[in-house]
Structure formats: structure tokens, C-alpha cells
Design a protein around this ligand. Structure first.
Ligand SMILES: [Zn+2]
Length: 125
């Protein structure tokens, strides 16, 4: 499952960051998930639940910030939410540039020595 490998990889990134920052335990992992990223929110939550079950990542809190889709219509330039192939409310045509909603990245990783490490994985879809 797609979401399983994403969660596992993000947990690995977090553990790696913790290691490099004094070897503390990972307390929290914050990430952004776009509505158009192709990743199911509920499935990802479940995948993290499984991925953080190992002793190394135990009790790691995962916070997922959902980013709504924002599209700019190709025909009239109107900005709207929703899916790419929904009709534009102002001109009725489908399609547009994706301004937001494709995010799938780690915002921050909190390690229990009081400091926070920052990492990002861009373009992972
Ligand atoms: Zn339009």
C-alpha cells in the first residue's frame, strides 16, 4: 500500500533526524498533506499508527495538517477549491493550475531533548 511506505519512510526520516540530534526519542512528527496529493488521510493515519509501533518510534505523535486544494482556472483565471475536473463556478470549464493541495511533506520533527529538527521531503507522491 502506497500510504504504508510513505508512513514508514517518514518515520525513518524522523528517527534519522533524532539520531543526528543527540539520539533523543522522536516526540512528534508534523506533516502537511494536500487534498490532491493522492494520499488518503484516514489510510495515512492508520499507516502511521502501524509505523510508529516499533520501540524506536513508540509514542511518537503524528500531526497531519490538511491542505485544501486551490486551483486557478485555465479559461478565466478564477481561483477555486475542489477537484481538478470539477467545473469552474464562474465559467463552467474544467481544469486549471494547481496552486495548492499537492503537499506531502514533513514540517517538523520534535526530539525529546527540547530542540526541534527540521526536515522536508519535497515532491513525494
Ligand atoms: Zn473559469
Amino acid at each position: 500500500m502506497h500510504e504504508t511506505s510513505i508512513a514508514q519512510r517518514m518515520v525513518e526520516v524522523a528517527l534519522d533526524a533524532a539520531e543526528k540530534n543527540g539520539g533523543g526519542r522522536v516526540l512528534a512528527l508534523r506533516l502537511q498533506l494536500g487534498e490532491l496529493s493522492g494520499v488518503e488521510f484516514d489510510t495515512l493515519v492508520f499507516a502511521f499508527d502501524v509505523a510508529t509501533r516499533g520501540p524506536a518510534a513508540e509514542k511518537c505523535r503524528v500531526e497531519i495538517e490538511r491542505v485544501p486544494a486551490r486551483l486557478r482556472c485555465w479559461t478565466c483565471g478564477n481561483e477555486r477549491g475542489g477537484a481538478l475536473y470539477d467545473a469552474c463556478p464562474s465559467c463552467g470549464s474544467a481544469g486549471g493550475d494547481i496552486l495548492a493541495g499537492r503537499e506531502l511533506r514533513i514540517l517538523s520533527i520534535d526530539v525529546d531533548d527540547g530542540s526541534a529538527a527540521h526536515a522536508s521531503t519535497a515532491g513525494e507522491t
